[in-house]
Design a protein around this ligand. Sequence first.
Ligand SMILES: Nc1ncnc2c1ncn2[C@@H]1O[C@H](COP(=O)(O)OP(=O)(O)OP(=O)(O)O)[C@@H](O)[C@H]1O
Length: 822
Amino acid sequence: MSNVTVCVRFRPLSHKERKANGDNVCFRKLDSESFVFKDEREEDVIFSFDKVFYEDAQQSDVYDFLAVPIVSDAINGINGTIITYGQTGAGKTYSMEGPSILHCNEQKTGLVQRVVDELFVCLRSSAGTWTVKLSMVEIYLEKVRDLLDLSKDNLQIKESKTQGIYISGATEISIANSSDALENLSQGIANRAVGETQMNLASSRSHCLYIFSVQHGSTSDERVKAGKIILVDLAGSEKVEKTGAEGRVLDEAKTINKSLSALGNVINALTTGKQNHVPFRDSKLTRILQDALGGNSRAALLCCCSPSPSNAPESLSTLRFGTRTKLIKASPKSIPEVVDNAKKPILGTHDQDDLRDRILSKLRLSLKEEDVDLLEELFLQEGIIFDPNSITDIDSACQDTRSEEILLLMQAVEDLEGTVEELTDENQKLRRELEVAQEISAQAQLAAATAGAAARSRTLLDFVPAPLLRPFGLHTWLRIQPLVSSLPRQPKLLFLSPAPNPPVSFLSITAMATATTSASTYCCNTLLHLPRPTHFRRITPPTHRLELSFATRRAAAVARFGPRARASSGPPPPPVFETVVEEEEERGWSDAEAEFSDEVEDEQEWAGGNGAARGKDLGADAGEDLSGWTRQWPRPRELFVCNLPRRCDVEDLLELFGPHGTVLSVEVSRDAETGISRGTAFVTMCSLAEARTAISALDGFDLDGREIFVKLASDVISNRKNVNLTHITPTKDHIFESPHKIYVGNLAWSVQPQDLRELFTQCGTVVSTRLLTDRKGGRNRVYGFLSFSSAEELEAALKLDKTVFFGRDIVVKEAHVERPSP
Ligand SMILES: Nc1ncnc2c1ncn2[C@@H]1O[C@H](COP(=O)(O)OP(=O)(O)OP(=O)(O)O)[C@@H](O)[C@H]1O
């Protein structure tokens, strides 16, 4: 059987609740001890208690059931405690005090007044002597304040062998009758901290304790019985968002909720077999209630609930608290009967403290020191006076100080947690702002770069005519540019560089792209479907750059795609491309390095001085050092081909060698005067392996009735210029011309090719300029050939016939383009 009597009281619906939900209530009555309540999952739960007081229950019903046994026990020296618990506005104070302690009719009188009345009735009807003393304290913001003397605003809770837990220094007023008591009670109640919340206009903001100390001397055995009745009106638990608490009210609510949860923890510890470690010292409230809950006192709990469905969650929590409290099992002990009333004075707690020194010093005046010491020892043993050196008290004081410090530290930790939370929020906000700013800045940079790129790409398109680009595959790049640009979150071609001057044999287009990983992958896949990509590879993570080269016919193109460099230091993204780099063969790193320098020189040459060295140039634009990538290119190999039919042209050779690898260049040797093929050619394959494949397939191949001869150029012509180099620049014999070709004659001796180009640029894009010179003397042979990118341009050029140029009337005629007959 529990030593705590637990009852539930549902107050009547308030006007406000009735307005919101009509007459609906959140429970269904079963009998006077149990009812059905819907839990948060809308499931019916049956709650049973020692007694349930429904809305129509009277104050006297509550008193009779709860308080009568406690009052009679107190007179017999057993302490008793009655606690009202519940949500704010649930009727705790009403149950304790009634509508008003002083002015209310008999029917509505609360527990406090009824206890006082009953006490005096019982004591008067008994034969012995008695005294009743009243103390009133409140626990407000974790401080014990004396409601009968407001100057005592931080009383200490102590423990002694004789008294158990007591509030040291609390004012005790002797009361002789009920009206005396009511007067003092009303003064104390007036001093109580009360505030207005949305839930209750006069909400108690503190836990209030009414303490009645009763000493009753029996006539039969001349012993005195001391008992205490403590009535505790707890402050209401509240959801701060529901009560609209802020500022000081919020602080109050937090402290109230904290001490109530400490009370919950104590109840849990007492009911889950953890009695050895009950956290009574976690709050002032639990420390004061230690005797009541811990088994040294009779206790009763009145769980006050609102019947309204709108307060059902809070009521449910109160009911669960009550259920748990019912599980506490312990039997209250009677306080030892200590003093013979006839011989010994009845001394109150604080009197003992105050009188101790006075008595002893008085005795010292008339008695010997040893006798006084003996008497003091006797007084201590009998519990008449308080021993300042008592280990229990010192220990208790220490523990109190410790728990106070712990509370302060917990408060500080809570404050710090709040600050950390605020700072974390602030930090996240700033991070988001930074991200937005970075995004904006990156977009601005991208826009600027795109604008620059557009200008450069126009330059290239203007400069290199489409018919010229087509054989080299470059038109494909230009064609995919809009495609790439339209990708979702897409790469954008930022620039095309360098812009080569014709004639060209090696064209390099470098495209910088911004891309997400998926866009880069998409790009990569797209590019792989282009004609004959030769290799691609990923450059340094985490930029997602893609470097892709492909060569069709005699040109190679390099594209590099990737998003803008990531500023953030996040983890590198997973590689998105397989590295497909042809292995370097038969050479060491130093060879490759030397080769790279040669290549740079050659490219500077063909770029007409306008473009910087490729690696350097790209690196500058891309914002990183890219020189490394060039080194990993496979080393091209030159083949010597002879015994070719005269009409065999570059395109025929490309068709012939293309199936065996990537043809980087083809040069057909022609007579400089007549332009007729000499039947020999040089074909550069992308790698040694490809060159060997071509040799095994084509050496001895029958081409139009002639058995052609294919060997490595280095094996056949040991002194051939650049035979071992990797460059794929044109030699002087190789001429790129478009079909729109003119003959220009009657030129002055001093005319140079660039003068001719300048003159004819006004007609359109000059694809090629060739000025014939005397092989021996190196002199200008006063005629040459130019080709244009379209027939219209050719027509425009023909109109310059007879134009005076360098003091001579030049002759301009359409030139016959020699094509091999099919
Ligand atoms: N049994 C009841 N019969 C009639 N009115 C009641 C009853 N119980 C409570 N009330 C009324 O409900 C209102 C709130 O009650 P009370 O002040 O007692 O709540 P409380 O639980 O003490 O709240 P708080 O914790 O905020 O102090 C008061 O106006 C009170 O008169």
